[in-house]
Design a protein around this ligand. Structure first.
Ligand SMILES: Cc1ncc(C[n+]2csc(CCOP(=O)(O)OP(=O)(O)O)c2C)c(N)n1
Ligand SMILES: [Mg+2]
Length: 564
């Protein structure tokens, strides 16, 4: 980077050049914000697609899906009145450590505190959901503030950033200054750096793993951020250590790999929880060891000897006292461990591996009939099995929360190391727009989103956005006519019985989402028999149009609860 070549330009010209320089291909917004910048993006031939969508929260989720699929910051924008809708949409990115950069319009010093139309102080609302929350008050600050936004979003543990541009619509972008729109390519994507581990810490962790008779690895989202899947699998194979994943880290290892035991925690697979709870040593890699992954610290139980490998030092030991801690990039650490591991130590884990295989086999036997069910309405377990069997080997799978997370986390398997899996970190309705964002980032890969009907309702208007922009993602709706994950809880407060009044609290009208999709310009396919699903998925993937597959499923089907 060379400084000192300033030229007179507008903030809009500077921002358009910088976004192009960082490799941004799409921005997601609700008008009207940074209008001059949008015109400059076009005039300066940046090729950046400027997608105007139906709601700011959806714009943030699209940017989030784009960021998680590509590792590059996703950009979303809103004028001052939409700023808090955008902030709400950053909440999942914050929880998932996704590098989203939000840009909003903001207060003009000349009119502050005078009851200007639509204006409040939005900055506090961005504080809990961003790593960096800043105002751009002087046009001359565009270059350094945009660089800082990218730098913060992708370094360390990645996360969202907010820049508020002066003027309710960010009109500061029309002002001029002497500027140099320099970019730092290193900060265009995650990971920006690969800090290597301290050798002693690697040796200490490795020694414990080599000595352990019943170890297990719990791989988290940090494995994806680091791009460490290949090393993770190679390391597990070298020492013959079973691998559980967090829901966020599900694509760390294919579900069909002999060492894979499934997703551990709350939205989980029984075999994974049983294996982790039977282990004598748990090695967390790129995992927050949070409530969902550990079923609120019951899997493994506190006191189980633990190791943690994490890029963020303050994560080390947060929830489990550690026998060893490694502070470094996951890929760099695993590469070093593979290089120095004592492979002969694997022999002492034969009995453990046999027990692990038995536990996994028991899970398969227990759910065989549900996974193969021919029932009408369709069982969600069977839908998951069809998705396992027919998912393209380079697919990006995007999954909503609630039952969607439970069904797909527990019952669906990735079958190829090329497949990617991303999940809502807790917000219902995230998956559909996130899937559209992922498809924008990776137009040549199949994107298959799995959501419940309540999840789709949130941002259903974005079917029109997908059709208008030719975002050819495939969305599979587990349509049971209600938010039936809520059934257990409402039955409980009604004395443990299902009453008509309890059902009122979580059921919806029956609708045909395939027909709605067709009306909005997408393709719709309705599936009422499980055996018809594979053909529907193949048709959808070949359609070169956005597709909604509306799968009519059993409203009484409840996902199994976590075992401890
Ligand atoms: C923003 C937000 N609000 C509320 C919830 C609570 N919640 C979790 S699952 C769920 C219902 C899900 O319904 P649907 O998507 O149809 O899936 P189903 O349970 O019917 O399979 C709700 C309301 C949430 N996770 N996120
Ligand atoms: Mg539902």
């Amino acid at each position: 980077m060379q400084l000192g070549h300033n030229r007179r330009m507008t903030g809009a010209q500077c921002l358009a050049d910088m976004l192009k320089g960082y490799g941004v291909t799409h921005v997601f917004h609700v008008p009207a914000v940074l209008r001059t910048t949008f015109a400059e993006m076009e005039r300066r031939d940046t090729g950046i697609k400027r997608l105007h969508v139906h709601g700011e929260k959806a714009a943030a989720y699209m940017a989030d899906g784009y960021a998680r699929a590509s590792g590059m910051p996703g950009i979303c924008m809103a004028q001052v009145i939409g700023a808090l809708n955008l902030a709400a949409g950053l909440r999942d990115a914050w929880l998932a450590h996704s590098p989203v950069i939000a840009m909003t319009g903001g207060r003009e010093p000349k009119t502050k505190f005078r009851k200007v139309y639509q204006e409040i102080d939005d900055m506090p609302a961005f504080e809990p959901v961003t790593k960096f929350n800043a105002t751009v008050d002087d046009v001359g600050r565009f270059p350094d503030m945009v660089r800082q936004a990218f730098r913060t979003a992708v370094t360390g543990c990645p996360g969202p950033v907010h820049l508020q541009f002066r003027g309710n619509e960010g009109q500061i972008d029309a002002e001029e200054a002497e500027m140099e729109p320099l970019i730092e390519p290193q900060f265009a994507r995650v990971p920006a750096f690969r800090p290597v581990p301290d050798e002693d810490s690697v040796r200490a962790a490795l020694k414990l793993l080599e000595e352990s008779a019943r170890p297990v690895i719990v791989a988290g989202g940090g494995v994806r951020a680091s791009g460490a899947r290949t090393e993770l699998v190679a390391f597990a194979e070298a020492l013959q250590i079973p691998v559980a994943t967090s829901l966020n880290g599900k694509d760390s290892i294919p579900g069909t790999h002999p060492l894979s035991v499934g997703v551990v925690g709350t939205y989980s697979r029984e075999s994974a929880n049983r294996v982790v709870n039977a282990a004598d040593l748990v090695c967390f890699i790129g995992s927050e060891t949070g409530g969902m992954t550990t079923h609120f610290w019951a899997v493994p139980k506190i006191g189980t000897p633990a190791i943690q490998i994490d890029i963020e030092p303050e994560a080390l030991g947060r929830n489990y006292p550690l026998a060893a801690a490694v502070n470094a990039d996951a890929k760099a650490t695993l590469a070093r461990m593979i290089a120095v591991a004592d492979r002969a130590s694997a022999a002492k884990r034969q009995a453990w591996l046999a027990a692990v295989q038995k536990t996994c086999g028991e899970w398969r036997a227990k759910y065989k009939s549900a996974l193969e069910s021919e029932a009408v309405p369709i069982r969600p377990e069977r839908l998951c099995r069809e998705l396992t069997g027919h998912m393209p080997d380079d697919a990006i799978v995007i999954v909503d929360t609630g039952h969607a997370g439970m069904w797909m986390g527990g019952m669906f398997d990735l079958t190829s190391p090329r497949q990617r899996y991303m999940r809502s970190a807790g917000h219902l309705g995230w998956a559909f727009p996130a899937g559209l964002g992922a498809k924008c980032a990776c137009p040549d890969r199949p994107v298959v989103t799995f959501t419940g009907d309540a999840g789709l309702w949130y941002h259903i208007a974005e079917i029109e956005t997908a059709a208008r922009w030719g975002i050819n993602a495939v969305t599979v709706v587990n349509n049971n006519g209600g938010g039936n994950q809520s059934k257990r809880g409402f039955d409980r407060v009604y004395g443990g019985q299902q009453t008509a009044k309890a059902r009122e609290l979580w059921t919806f009208s029956q609708v045909n989402f395939a027909r709605i999709a067709e009306d909005m310009g997408a393709m719709g396919i309705r599936v009422e028999q499980a055996s018809a699903f594979p053909a529907a998925l193949h048709q959808a993937l070949a359609a070169a149009r956005p597709v909604v597959i509306d799968v009519v499923t059993d409203i009484e089907a409840l996902a199994p609860l976590a075992v401890t």
